[in-house]
Design a protein around this ligand. Structure first.
Ligand code: PGA
Length: 248
């Protein structure tokens, strides 16, 4: 019932020329994918990515969005600007933004509201640090982040939103959560969503992210509540990303 969604998160990688090479390699490799395929890319290459993927099954996303329509917000990029260059998805609240750029549950919520208002599919990231996992507060952290992100968001919009569960200790470290660990926390996140939206929580897609790659994708995707992946490092090579996309 929930269509799997595999999204690349390029982070701060790829110039225009590099983006062009990667997208051109990727197009034929993922054209028969059963999953929804998205590449979330730096602002400067959104237009390039959107132009090259036009008419293909690859969709393009941004890595953040401003919560305001326009105005005095130096360094921010608005939803209208992102739409104009061809982005349809947007990552919000990635742990790197929470860790290095002061993103909070409140700003994540404001950005998510703004993304939905402008017709984007937000990919909202949540997940605990290693200290939090070891301190036994994984569920409390995920609950706070999910409830924070979805505050005031209605059931229709909630179902357009994708959640990415990304344990911070698994991001870029080569340490993946086991299928069981990921399933357990993602099922818990779905129960938090059920607390907010009842049965509609069954329609909300929840991805796993954190060192997902061609060798562990199958184990993770077999789990009942895992509906896709948010892929960092392995999305930077067409061969690897396409293997994740074509995990079956
Ligand atoms: P990773 O990054 O796949 O390199 O661990 C995932 C993410 O941060 O979205």
């Amino acid at each position: 019932m929930r269509k799997p969604i595999i999204a690349g998160n390029w982070k701060m990688n790829n110039t225009k020329a590099e983006a062009e090479t990667l997208i051109k390699e990727l197009i034929p490799l993922v054209k028969d994918a059963e999953a929804e395929v998205v590449v979330c890319v730096p602002y400067t290459v959104i237009e390039t990515a959107a132009r090259l993927t036009k008419g293909t099954n690859i969709k393009v996303g941004a890595e953040n969005v401003a919560w305001a329509d326009k105005g005095a917000f130096t360094g921010e990029v608005s939803a209208a600007m992102l739409k104009e260059v061809g982005a349809q998805y947007v990552i919000i609240g990635h742990s790197e933004r929470r860790q290095y750029f002061g993103e909070t549950d409140e700003t994540v919520n404001k950005r998510t509201v703004q993304a939905l208002k402008n017709g984007f599919a937000p990919i909202v990231c949540v997940g605990e640090t290693l200290t939090e996992r070891e301190g036994g507060v994984t569920e409390a952290v995920c609950k706070r982040q999910v409830e924070g992100a979805f505050a005031g968001i209605g059931v229709e919009d909630a179902q357009k939103t994708v959640v990415a569960y990304e344990p911070v200790w698994a991001i870029g470290t080569g340490k993946t959560a086991t299928g069981e660990q990921a399933q357990e926390t993602i099922a818990y996140i779905r129960s938090v969503l059920a607390g907010l939206y009842g049965a509609a929580a069954e329609n909300i897609r929840i991805q796993y992210g954190g060192s997902m790659n061609p060798s562990n994708v199958k184990e993770l995707m077999e789990k009942k509540d895992i509906d896709g992946g948010l892929i960092g490092g392995a999305s930077l090579k067409a061969a690897d990303f396409s293997k994740v996309v074509n995990y079956r």
